[in-house]
Design a protein around this ligand. Structure first.
Ligand code: TYD
Length: 709
């Protein structure tokens, strides 16, 4: 890994001032446009160069190997030379690196149709691969370096974050913008290639069909270079970090079981997507299509991948991300089987698009699942390393599959199977089937390894997720053990942030005291001396890197102390204990919110509390967005979790209540406070040791003084 001096301010960095503001915004926009153009060129080289390798001859094996060779040589530099080129990119001026990369790619791509010989096409693929390797880090570091509050706010389309956001956020936004510019054009490039191929076929004839896309690619690089030339300076204030894929992969051997499962899942998804891309050109020919068909399949794949990346984090909100990851890989593998067996190019393009969606969803889900996994060398989870690890696996799998799948396809050759009128199984179809089976096995093993909801039936889990809920089988809600207590009653108030349970708990306690009961009001976390220290650790935003399990155990420790020193003694003397939060908070927040197994948390807590469960749990429900808006104090560590987290917590509470309705009173917290108090009082009446006659209050408007102590 190489780093530049990250904090050195650049003398030419734009200063927010009236004229420099618009000039800086203009520079930012120009560079972003240049990056998009260059990204388009980069993606165009993939179909254009590989189509050029399809020689007009009959030997299918040779065609397959030639296309595979071009694709492999495009990727090879990223696998082997990444640290070397990264170091180079770090040493030379960013703008110069971009100009060199685009200028030389222009020259190399332009010469390919002029020379028109396979060895040069292969060499060109390797050179383009190297130059893209130089371009990518310079681009992703270049754009954020141009950012200041002024530049981004003034740049209408690029306003990734609001004015006034910290500069780090602005830079992160610009980094995303650079990534979008680099990868976003992929579907458009494939479509443009298909269109250019159609035009070329009509205008130039079959023998020069790949020439036009290649010339167009060269022009795109020239435009990008010209746009970059207009940018006067790209400061070197952003660090360039280029990890070495093979090294990371080698270190990845030290990953734990789940980490290896994650690696398998990524490998499976990438294998499915890259296998079809590797044989698509020749297979399109076998199905009666040409370059345009090839472009259509690639466009389907790229558009599918983009949609999958977008959808991955958004679909099935409450569903376990780890389960989703395994399922997405399995879906991609099954779709690859369909794509391999269908002998209709249009259907293949559509199925490939869905395959892309599944693979893209797997990829983005992997980034969510990667959090919390053990990293190699016992390093703390999180950070850039898991992402780099994910990327390394992808690169190596792409390289191996684009080299091996066409080679296997060529070696297997075509076979005719005697079913019905006869079915032609081409070499590429057989190779795709083999790749699909490998991806399927990888997906299935990954699913098993990553499954964080073992024992929970998948169909019920999926069905609940479709309804926006988390499925909790009744058996997993902690069974109450016989608890020794005299006459006491234990009431817990639960709910998400800002539900108003503290207020309702207090009102219920006042009402009970008015009736002469001995009432103990308490809360979690932090009702005891030790608990207060635990609370500080748990809620302080300065507590960083606390693992989910440790968090769960700290809450359980607080609860154990709370039960032993406050709740149980009070119950044993016959008091009514009203607690603001109890066990369900852990099941909802640490279980559903943090996506940890709910049954494990229930077990730990059953042990911590000696199996003490409330006689009644009042659940106040409020939409998380409203609840979070109601908070007045600065958000604590848990409150500042993203809204999706709070949505899961809410769904978790609901599932717990539904699993044991007799023990819960579920109320819509947006109703008027007085109404809520009244319903709570009615329900509490039912469990009081000496019930208040229901009609008394209505008849007299005053409560009889009941003394049970
Ligand atoms: P607190 O300040 O008591 O807030 P609230 O009014 O929401 O109860 O903070 C408690 C926080 O701790 C709250 O965000 C929920 C969280 N929590 C858990 O995550 N797990 C638990 O077991 C408990 C008791 C609380």
């Amino acid at each position: 890994m190489t780093r530049t001096d990250a904090t050195r301010p650049h003398p030419a960095a734009p200063q927010p001032g009236a004229t420099s503001l618009s000039a800086a915004a203009g520079t930012f926009r120009r560079l972003r446009l240049a990056l998009s153009a260059s990204g388009l060129g980069q993606w165009l080289t993939v179909p254009a160069l590989s189509a050029m390798a399809v020689l007009p001859e009959d030997d299918t094996g040779a065609r397959l190997r030639a296309v595979g060779g071009v694709l492999a040589l495009l990727v090879l530099p990223a696998v082997l030379l990444a640290p070397l080129v990264g170091a180079l990119a770090d040493r030379i001026d960013r703008r110069l690196a971009l100009l060199i990369a685009d200028g030389l790619r222009f020259v190399v791509v332009l010469t390919v149709p002029l020379v028109d010989a396979l060895p040069w096409t292969l060499a060109a693929a390797f050179l383009v691969g190297c130059l893209s390797l130089l371009w990518t880090p310079a681009a992703t570091a270049g754009l954020p370096a141009l950012v200041s509050d002024a530049t981004v706010s003034a740049s209408a389309g690029g306003a990734v974050v609001a004015r006034g956001a910290p500069e780090d956020d602005l830079r992160a936004g610009a980094r995303r913008s650079a990534a979008r510019a680099a990868f976003g054009p992929a579907p458009f490039a494939a479509l443009a290639f298909a269109l250019l191929a159609l035009i070329a076929n009509a205008a130039l004839g079959a023998s020069h069909r790949a020439d036009l896309p290649l010339y167009a690619t060269a022009v795109v690089f020239a435009v990008s270079a010209a746009l970059t030339a207009l940018v006067r300076d790209v400061p070197a204030t952003e660090p360039i970090t280029v990890p070495a894929p093979l090294k990371l992969l080698f270190q990845g051997a030290g990953l734990d079981r789940a980490g290896r499962g994650l690696g398998l899942a990524i490998g499976g998804a990438v294998l499915a997507a890259s296998a079809i891309a590797a044989v698509a050109r020749v297979h399109a020919g076998e199905l009666g299509g040409g370059d345009a068909g090839y472009g259509a399949v690639l466009a389907g794949l790229a558009a599918g991948l983009a949609s999958g990346l977008f959808l991955g984090p958004r679909v099935l909100g409450p569903f376990s991300r780890r389960r989703l990851l395994g399922l997405a890989v399995i879906a991609a593998a099954l779709l690859l089987i369909v794509a391999a067996l269908v002998r209709n190019l249009v259907v293949v393009a559509f199925v490939t698009a869905f395959l892309g969606v599944a693979a893209g969803a797997a990829w983005s889900t992997a980034s969510a699942a990667v959090r919390g996994l053990g990293a190699p060398d016992g390093e703390a989870p999180g950070g850039d390393r898991p992402r780099a690890f994910r990327r390394s696996i992808a690169l190596v799998v792409v390289l191996v599959s684009v080299a091996a799948v066409p080679a296997v396809a060529g070696a297997l050759g075509s076979h005719r199977i005697d079913v019905g009128d006869g079915y032609d199984l081409d070499g590429s179809m057989s190779a795709l089937l083999i790749a699909a089976v490998l991806a399927l096995v990888a997906g299935a093993v990954a699913y098993r390894r990553l499954d964080d909801r073992r024992g929970i039936p998948l169909v019920a889990d999926l069905r609940a997720a479709l309804r926006g809920e988390v499925y909790v089988p009744p058996s997993q809600v902690a069974e109450p053990e016989p608890v020794r207590r005299e006459h006491g009653v234990f009431i817990a108030f639960e709910g998400g942030e800002g539900a108003g349970k503290t207020t309702q708990a207090r009102l219920a306690a006042i009402w009970l005291r008015d009736h002469g009961y001995d009432v103990v009001t308490t809360h979690e976390p932090g009702a005891t001396k030790i608990g207060m220290r635990l609370r500080a650790m748990l809620l302080d935003r300065d507590t960083t890197g606390l693992s989910d399990r440790a968090e769960t155990l700290l809450y359980a420790a607080d609860r154990a102390d709370h039960v032993a020193n406050v709740v149980r003694p009070a119950l044993e003397r016959g008091a009514i204990v009203v607690s603001d939060r109890y066990l369900d908070s852990s099941l909802a927040y640490q279980g559903h919110g943090r996506r940890q197994p709910v049954d494990d948390i229930a077990r730990v807590n059953a042990w911590a509390t000696g199996g003490l469960l409330p006689d009644l749990t009042v659940l106040l429900e409020v939409p998380p967005a409203d609840g979070l808006r109601r908070l007045s104090a600065p958000a604590d560590r848990i409150e500042s979790e993203p809204q999706e987290f709070h949505e899961r917590v809410q769904a978790g509470f609901r599932a717990l209540a539904e699993a044991d309705p007799d023990r819960y009173l579920v109320l819509d917290a947006s109703r008027p406070q007085a109404e809520l108090s009244r319903e709570i009082q009615y329900r509490i009446r039912e469990i009081l040791p000496d019930p208040i006659p229901a009609g008394t209050e209505d008849a007299t408007s005053t409560f009889p003084a009941i003394t049970d102590v």
